[in-house]
Design a protein around this ligand. Structure first.
Ligand code: SAM
Length: 279
């Protein structure tokens, strides 16, 4: 395993890079791994390939991709967080995986040899960076002819709904989207992605929405729960919501968690797949 850390860490990722966020990302990967696996099959991730995991976080998907690439292939995993990259390196050692090149770096400044990557993957990263087009440009350049780039990202994030509707839930979602936009991100990012891919020479072959319904008591219900438990105190600290709104939200969430007739429609995720012509 290459442990090369090529750049200073990026500390301003809006959701934070602490251990609570790291554990949330682990739960999130388990809940979404079936969908990721489908996408990887569609783009043909396989043995012997060089796979790029952009904004890999603690590397929960990276580990799966490294197993798919096998000893004859490798995963280049890039993230801005030192804590997350160190976690990935420790996990790789534990799993006996020697084909992961984990790097601290800025996804907007990918510095990879042109035509050196077979497959690329970015999940919930482009919506957080100020210049997503730079990520797409760097990835398109790094792909080999015939290579593919699969992205999972949000479109129309504020469509996430607690049913029956809840005023305080809607308020927290609007505050989330605002603070995200204020920090340079885009809760609607995936809507701009096909144009960005096309501008950098990728042929967009799929745009597929994924919306799921979470019911109290299910594993999927724990996805929004773990997000909001971690996130709403940060919204209070940022001055975006009041402590009273935070408390009202948590009361409402606790009540809904015991109501079998409540459900939540997840924020729409778009799977966008672009291929580089040639080969
Ligand atoms: C929601 S997490 C997703 C992590 C991972 N892709 C996954 O699906 O589990 C977003 C990740 O993007 C990383 N990130 C944000 N801005 C970045 C940047 N400019 N360059 C590299 N990584 C960045 C964060 O550190 C974080 O790990």
């Amino acid at each position: 395993m290459n442990t090369g850390s090529t750049a200073p860490p990026i500390d301003d990722y809006i959701l934070g890079v602490d251990d609570a966020e790291l554990h949330r990302l682990g739960l999130q990967h388990r809940i979404w791994s079936r969908h990721a696996m489908d996408a990887w099959e569609r783009i043909g991730v396989g043995p012997g390939q060089t796979v790029l995991d952009i904004g890999c976080g603690p590397g929960f998907a990276t580990i799966d991709l490294a197993m798919m690439a096998g000893p004859g292939g490798k995963v280049i995993a890039v993230d801005g967080s030192e804590n997350f990259i160190q976690h990935l390196q420790a996990r790789a050692r534990l799993e006996g995986l020697e084909n992961i090149d984990a790097r601290i770096g800025d996804a907007q400044k990918l510095d990879l040899a042109p035509g050196s990557v077979d497959r690329a993957w970015a999940r919930w990263v482009l919506c957080f960076v100020e210049n997503p087009e730079a990520v797409v440009a760097g990835t398109a350049k790094a792909l080999k002819p015939g290579g593919a780039f699969a992205v999972f990202d949000y479109f129309n994030y504020t469509a996430v709904t607690l049913a029956p509707r809840s005023e305080i839930f809607t308020r927290i979602v609007q505050a989330t989207a605002k603070s995200w936009t204020d920090s340079g991100g885009d809760p609607d990012l995936a809507g701009r992605l096909p144009a960005m891919m096309a501008a950098h020479g990728l042929e967009v072959r799929a745009i597929r929405p994924i919306v799921r319904t979470a019911r109290p008591g299910s594993l999927l219900w724990r996805w929004p729960e773990s997000f909001f438990l971690n996130w709403t105190p940060k919204l209070v600290a940022k001055g975006v919501i009041t402590q009273d709104e935070h408390n009202a939200f948590h009361e409402e969430w606790a009540k809904r968690s015991k109501d079998p007739n409540s459900f939540l429609c997840t924020p729409p995720v778009l799977e966008v797949i672009g291929f580089k012509p040639g080969a």
